[in-house]
Design a protein around this ligand. Structure first.
Ligand SMILES: NC(=O)c1ccc[n+]([C@@H]2O[C@H](COP(=O)([O-])OP(=O)(O)OC[C@H]3O[C@@H](n4cnc5c(N)ncnc54)[C@H](OP(=O)(O)O)[C@@H]3O)[C@@H](O)[C@H]2O)c1
Length: 312
């Protein structure tokens, strides 16, 4: 056994020195070309030089782009808008992706096919995030299909906007159940497997509206404000097991949800955004990538606003 590990150790050192030696020679070769000086390393085969050249120029972008290699990410509401941008962002960074939708099966399948072109496993599940039972079933199915869940992104959300005097009990309940109870449902069922793994990242999609309120959105603002308290509490409860929980607070992002706003309201919002434009779903997905990846291992219990300075 000792002999075997000795040989293995020597092989590793040899491999390390060998590749170091080749890369030093290759750098001499490159600088010889760049300085127009005579080239002394012509004995290298063209294939070797081509491979080294590709590796030399690709190393940085490869390591930056594959932040989630071998991770499994579950996203609720991935068939449209911000959720579908997150599916693409996670898949293009090497994650295997499970995502849900409520009713738009055709869109969900198209998102799954496009994301799978990144060479990762992607699967869409029809599952109502506001249902406790369906959420339990979903987590069970995703673990059966993918083996584990490293990142949960509670993104599913709806609006039922109207002034308080006109708001029905049903409009209140629908928004609270889809936007806030869903976060409880999914987190509750994913925590046990994450606790066993002793790792995990949970990201909850809130909104700047949860912080400063909005006339005609008391139900929506209440659901998003609830997410802030929930996020901090979970971060405190499970931080000792290396499970992180953070929230994102987008401002006004171009999706079907904001498409519903009338032109006057949109113009008023636009005037109040210091960056003078609506945000893009991809820009929210970028912040999500940060919180999902090991770039944020010491970030928990926080809210990151992605709002063009609207909240300043
Ligand atoms: N757009 C913004 O400006 C903005 C700003 C701040 C925060 N946000 C938040 O960001 C999240 C995404 O918003 P968005 O603009 O991308 O919305 P969107 O375009 O309307 O898409 C909503 C997504 O959620 C899914 N969904 C809705 N109810 C669901 C349920 N009960 N179970 C499972 N999935 C459900 C939808 O599935 P189907 O396609 O099947 O309906 C769809 O995939 C929401 O939480 C929203 O509150 C958005």
């Amino acid at each position: 056994m000792l002999l075997f590990s000795n040989i293995f150790h020597k092989l590793l050192i040899y491999k390390h020195l060998h590749s170091k030696f080749h890369s030093i020679l290759f750098q001499h070769f490159l600088s010889a070309i760049l300085n127009n000086s005579p080239i002394f390393v012509l004995s290298f085969s063209p294939t070797f030089l081509m491979k080294k050249a590709i590796a030399f120029f690709n190393t940085d972008t490869d390591s930056i782009m594959k932040l989630l290699e071998n991770k499994v990410v579950l996203i609720t509401g991935g068939s449209r808008g911000i959720g579908s941008a997150i599916v693409h962002k996670m898949a293009s960074n090497g994650a295997n992706v499970a995502f849900t939708y409520r009713s738009s099966a055709e869109k969900a399948n198209a998102v799954a096919d496009a994301a799978a072109a990144n060479g990762v496993a992607v699967k869409a599940y029809q599952s109502d995030a506001s249902s406790f039972e369906q959420s339990a079933e979903l987590i069970k199915n995703v673990i059966a299909d993918f083996g584990r869940i490293d990142v949960l992104i509670n993104n599913a959300g709806i609006t039922r906007d109207t002034l308080m005097l006109r708001m029905s009990e049903d409009q209140w309940d629908q928004v609270i159940e889809t936007n806030l109870k869903s976060v409880f449902n999914l987190t509750k069922h994913v925590l046990r497997p994450m606790l066993k793994q002793r790792s995990g990242s949970i990201i909850n999609m809130s909104s700047v509206v949860g912080d400063f309120g909005n006339a005609g959105q008391a139900n929506y603002a209440a659901s998003k404000a609830g997410i802030f308290g929930f996020t901090k509490s979970i971060a405190k409860e499970v931080g000792s097991r290396s499970i992180r929980c953070n929230a994102l607070a987008p401002g006004f992002i171009e999706t079907d949800m904001t498409e519903e706003l009338d032109e006057k309201t949109k113009a008023a919002f636009l005037a109040s955004i210091p960056l003078k434009r609506l945000g893009k779903a991809e820009e929210v997905a970028d912040a999500c990538l940060f919180l999902a990846s090991d770039l944020s291992t010491y970030v928990s219990g926080q809210t990151i606003s992605v709002c063009g300075a609207l909240n300043c």
